[in-house]
Write a protein that binds this ligand. Structure first.
Ligand SMILES: [Zn+2]
Length: 231
């Protein structure tokens, strides 16, 4: 079975964006690999906190990433150390090289990543880097490129500022929404009380709405970036 690569900016984006789909693909026997480009911690503690506290938070986030990945059935987790909330200061090429390394290592046919229109700059830089790393040159393994939505980033964009998320690809996650919620609970520190979009209730509500959009109990929505049907 062909491999799948999920590329995200921060630990927890994978669960919020495509956790139900990752669990489903893993259940179907696909090898799901995850690349996380920043630690999700750094910029929130630039001032007023000791390095030890930052390191402790980074460690807890890493533990959560590992636990959530086990729940979803992820085969490998790779992390890079690009500056959190400052990935727009890094050249796209440098980030793309890191993505290219993961593609060379796993030879995925499917890549899932952030949407271009997210409010979060790290998400946008990640998207750009994946596009660069997935240029469809001869022999490139990726034939399906998909972009997901991440709560409190994709829907928080304002009109006219960036491309709109208009899903064109849906995955029925009725059988894996429970696993997705379990994986989300590993990131308890990142969650906020309902009605914040970064809550279990919001994840459940979005899955129900995306499901209703296409006539199933629960779904995740994607925009198709590119699909190659090979000869
Ligand atoms: Zn993020």
């Amino acid at each position: 079975m062909s491999a799948v690569l999920v590329v995200v900016a921060h630990p927890d984006d994978e669960v919020l964006g495509c956790g139900g789909t990752m669990a489903r693909l893993a259940q179907e026997g696909r090898s799901v690999h995850l690349l996380v480009l920043a630690d999700g911690v750094g910029a929130r503690h630039v001032d007023g906190h000791t390095d030890a506290r930052v390191m402790d938070e980074q460690r807890r986030r890493r533990v959560a990433l590992t636990a959530a990945s086990q729940v979803l059935g992820v085969q490998s987790v790779d992390t890079a150390d690009f500056p959190d909330n400052r990935m727009d200061t890094v050249a796209v090429l440098d980030v793309a090289r890191r993505v290219e390394q993961a593609i060379a290592a796993h030879r995925p046919t499917m890549v899932l990543t952030h949407h271009a229109g997210d409010v979060n700059q790290d998400h946008r830089r990640t998207h750009e880097a994946v596009i660069a790393a997935c240029r469809p040159q001869p022999g490139h393994p990726v034939d399906t490129l998909l972009f997901f939505e991440v709560a409190s980033s994709t829907e928080w964009q304002v009109p006219g500022a960036a491309p709109v998320f208009q899903p064109s690809w849906f995955v029925d996650t009725s059988s894996t929404i429970t696993k997705q919620l379990e994986a989300l609970s590993c990131y308890a520190e990142e969650l906020r009380p309902w009605p914040h979009p970064r809550s279990a209730e919001a994840l459940r509500a979005r899955a129900a709405w995306r499901g209703a959009t296409v006539g199933v109990e629960a779904a995740e929505a994607f925009m198709l970036g590119r699909r190659l049907v090979r000869g």
